[in-house]
Ligand binder design. Structure first.
Ligand code: DC
Length: 223
């Protein structure tokens, strides 16, 4: 089984790039952020403060999360329902970041992530994939870019989806979330010691995809 771990801060292009690499290599793409976003959505719907650790932990037994691939697209089912793009709003980004700092939430999602990698060759993106979820991944990449560049990409993405946002707000929220994710006590967002740093500030989408495919070839994962 192939295991490629992609970690890095927000806006580096982890998900779009990983999806394209998965298609090129014929392996499964796993977006782990979607799992934390889905827990965030449940917490919001339940009217719980995502920073209230006790309340969030208490509701975990009521949550069932399942990943299914429909027409090759990853769908996350929350208690039997796929909420689609409702997990993709800036508000849900902050909810996801808050609940992801709770150790019990991370433990709750551990098996779901490892299970997929046990059964399929994967490229999995997140914050702790190379360090915690798939420590034996054959290829680990820490994908990053300058702050300005990452915020610009996120802004363009949100605007393309029809969301009414300001660049300054996107930049501030991105920085706040990255700080929160990298300073939490459990599984902080960081590069694994054996990860390859890939800064794509000056690379376009295809350039980044090709760089990762080349690394996979160099590592002997594919011909
Ligand atoms: O990748 P994303 O923006 O969809 O992730 C949303 C949040 O989920 C992110 O701010 C931190 C958390 N997360 C995490 O803690 N560990 C992961 N492997 C993936 C995401």
């Amino acid at each position: 089984m192939i295991q490629i771990a992609i970690d890095g801060p927000g806006g580096a292009g982890k998900s779009t790039v990983s999806k394209a690499v998965a298609a090129k290599l014929g392996i499964v793409y796993v977006d782990t952020g979607a799992l934390y976003r889905t827990i965030g959505l449940y917490v919001k719907q339940a009217g719980i403060d995502p920073k209230d650790t006790e309340a969030v932990v208490k509701c975990l037994p009521d949550i069932s999360i399942e990943i299914r691939y429909i027409d090759g697209k990853q769908c996350v089912f929350l208690n039997g329902t796929d909420h689609g793009d409702a997990i993709r709003t800036p508000e849900m980004s902050m909810y996801a970041s808050a609940v992801s700092a709770i150790p019990e939430v991370r433990t709750f999602l551990l098996d779901t992530q490892r299970d997929i990698a046990r059964k399929n060759s994967v490229i999995m993106d997140g914050r702790d994939i190379g360090t915690v979820i798939l420590p034996d991944a054959q290829l680990k990449i820490y994908l990053t870019a300058s702050e300005e560049c990452r915020a610009r990409r996120r802004y363009d993405e949100l605007v393309a989806k029809g969301q009414n946002v300001r660049f300054e707000d996107v930049l501030a929220e991105m920085n706040q979330r990255d700080k929160q994710d990298s300073s939490r006590a459990v599984a902080p967002a960081t590069a694994a010691e054996d990860a390859i740093l890939l800064d794509n500030t000056d690379l376009d989408f295809d350039g980044t995809v090709n760089a990762i495919v080349e690394l996979a070839i160099k590592t002997g994962l594919v011909d």
